[in-house]
Design a protein around this ligand. Structure first.
Ligand code: M6R
Length: 613
């Protein structure tokens, strides 16, 4: 949560910072602010989105070639102007932007108050910049040293950038727990929470490690050191990100663009890994740990939100294909419930952002207990891939819409490939069946292209009929139970309609009481596995006058005869149905949200990467 961007160079900082804030707005949009040095330290901040800040600074002095900017997802203190970042120090000579939580801010604050400090906000961040200034004044240190000494008193997570009115040549950055990447260009430095504000200025970047700080001075090389004062050598990496993916490319929203990108993103997830001709799947990133995975006594998937739903699909896949027992855990529960973890357990951590605090903490805990940790992440260079023993990137490309779409289908694609690879090597699947599923998986992107063409209009029509509903129920069995959960999550997070996903057979154990003529029930009912049982569940809903929106296999007649609306999906392997069935559910949520005038890409109260507990 919270987006950080900073600039030091020979260009005007303001346009670069504002553009960067727009790119990072997905990380939080409760307020935003900017501080630029030009003789004075000019600081402007506003509740609301970045465009509110832009309106506010019109006509004001935003000149200068060094500055910091922030977009906030509120933790300490309500979203208002005072709590927005950047924050000033007591004498208004220093300013800070911060992502994370300073856990001991209360005790630090009390101590600073006794020394005469006066605070203008409710934030933990303001306490930190006061502390830095206090150290600077009392110990007579330069800015970098003051930041370092102050950070040694801090408990919690932080990604910070600090500037001083008296030094327009220096940016000080540091991180622990929250991400920070530094771009090193021609005579300029950029710092950001992710690489998206940096990529159009330079492709040469350094990802800061935990408890590491950077001293960036005009005309000099990057200096890195630990907060315990040990010098580090910067490890530069090359960004490969394509700039087009950061724009809407003619779509009204990023979410719609990302839904339509799925044939491409799934192909990217499979590229070079699914080798049709050779009949093999090769996941280079986990080669070293393949044997460990094959011999695992148990696999534990840990994730949150949509990634947890992908993990549930993974459970069905791994158990069917590899016969290894699988548990799927919410990272937030797993980390605190004293789980039994053994050395022959393999934990698969799934995360789009690679920054989710609960997932990260659960990984660290399982690692300490001796488990092998593999990651499935989308954002290259993020914290989770660096914390795991090995892993595979999904390569879905940047996902900007807060509601996860293409990341989910790429996660499921990767889990499918992983399970197939292990099953093949373990011999829990015949060669011919392995080849058959590989072929089917390879065809999925084309089939999704078809689904996008054929279901776009119908989902829009259905959306128009049900946009004012107050509740929705989503039902599915087997592989489609997680699809039902994901469909419900998508709807509630972007349209604010209450929605529940259930295993279809569970309906009669409670939720059936909710059904009346007002209740839309979305049923994923392909002609597979438990089809007949799902048909019975549909009948139970119809008998209580619920409205059925059914996802059926092409040519289905039985469900069509009872459903109020049907959406046809291609007839694919049962284990691959989630990949095609998810698409119309994403479209349905999208169109309902648009028709309700909701902010699709930035739904209220949410942020793309949840870096707090
Ligand atoms: O970045 P992660 O995949 O770890 O994020 C996990 C969840 O926060 C995320 O999937 C969230 O549920 C999305 N808003 C779902 O659309």
């Amino acid at each position: 949560m919270c987006g950080i961007v900073a600039y030091l160079g020979d260009k005007q900082a303001y346009p670069i910072l504002i553009k960067g804030l727009h790119r990072l707005e997905y990380r939080g949009y409760d307020s935003s602010g900017i501080a630029i040095i030009n003789g004075n330290l000019n600081l402007y901040k506003r509740k609301g989105k970045v465009e509110e800040l832009e309106k506010f600074v019109k006509g004001k002095d935003v000149s200068g070639t060094i500055g910091i900017a922030h977009t906030r997802w509120a933790t300490h203190g309500e979203p208002n102007d005072e709590n927005a970042h950047p924050h000033f120090s007591q004498n208004k000579e220093l300013s800070i932007i911060h992502n994370g939580i300073i856990e001991n801010y209360n005790s630090l604050k009390e101590e600073l108050i006794t020394r005469g400090h006066v605070f203008n906000s409710d934030t933990d961040t303001e306490v930190l910049i006061h502390l830095i200034e206090d150290v600077q004044e009392n110990e007579n240190l330069d800015l970098a040293e003051s930041v370092r000494v102050a950070l040694n008193q801090v408990v919690g997570a932080y990604a910070i950038v600090v500037i001083s009115k008296n030094d327009n040549n220096t940016l000080i950055a540091a991180k622990k727990g929250s991400p920070l990447v530094i771009g090193s260009g021609d005579g300029e430095f950029l710092i950001a929470s992710d690489a998206t504000p940096i990529v159009e200025y330079t492709r040469k970047v350094v990802y800061l490690e935990d408890e590491e700080m950077a001293i960036l001075e005009r005309g000099k090389e990057i200096v890195l050191k630990s907060i315990s004062n040990i010098k580090h050598t910067p490890y530069f990496q090359e960004l490969t990100m394509n700039l087009d993916v950061l724009e809407k490319g003619g779509y009204e929203h990023f979410m719609l663009k990302e839904i339509f990108e799925q044939p491409h993103s799934i192909r990217e997830s499979m590229r070079g890994r699914l080798r049709l001709g050779q009949g093999i799947i090769s996941l280079g990133g986990i080669t070293e740990y393949k044997q460990k995975l094959m011999n695992a006594k148990r696999i534990i998937m840990i994730a949150c939100g949509t990634s947890w739903h992908a993990g549930l699909v993974g459970e069905y896949l791994f158990e069917e294909l590899t016969r290894i027992p699988v548990e799927v855990e919410y990272a937030s529960e797993f980390r605190y419930r004293k789980p039994v973890i053994n050395e022959d357990d393999v934990v698969i951590a799934i995360s789009q952002s690679g920054e989710t605090a609960d997932t990260l903490a659960a990984i660290k805990m399982a690692k300490e207990k001796g488990a092998t940790i593999l990651g499935i992440c989308n954002v290259v260079g993020s914290s989770i891939p660096r914390e795991t023993h090995a892993g595979s990137y999904t390569h879905a490309g940047p996902e900007i819409g807060v509601a996860s779409t293409k990341a989910f289908t790429s996660q499921v694609t990767l889990l499918t490939m992983m399970a197939l690879m292990i099953a093949h090597d373990k011999g829990t699947i015949t060669n011919s069946r392995h080849q058959q599923i590989i072929n089917a998986l390879n065809d999925i992107p084309e089939q999704i292209e078809d689904v996008l063409k054929t279901t776009d209009a119908i989902t829009k029509d259905i959306a128009a009929k049900f946009k004012d509903s107050r509740n929705f129920l989503y039902l599915g069995r087997g592989y489609n139970f997680p699809v039902a959960l994901e469909g419900a999550l998508k709807l509630k997070e972007i349209s604010y309609i209450h929605a529940e996903g259930y295993p279809a057979a569970e309906m009669k154990h409670g939720p059936i009481a909710l059904i009346d003529e007002e209740m839309p029930v979305v049923v994923i009912a392909p002609k597979k596995g438990n089809y007949d049982k799902v048909v019975s569940n549909i009948q139970e809903v119809k008998a209580r006058k619920g409205k059925i929106i059914a996802l059926v296999s092409k040519g289905d007649t039985e469900v069509r005869a009872v459903a109020d609306y049907v959406i046809e999906i291609p007839d694919v392997e049962e284990m691959l149905v989630p990949l095609v069935a998810t698409i119309p559910l994403q479209l349905l949520s999208y169109y309902i949200a648009v028709m309700r005038n909701c902010n699709v890409d930035q739904p209220r109260n949410l942020a793309k990467s949840v870096t707090v507990e």
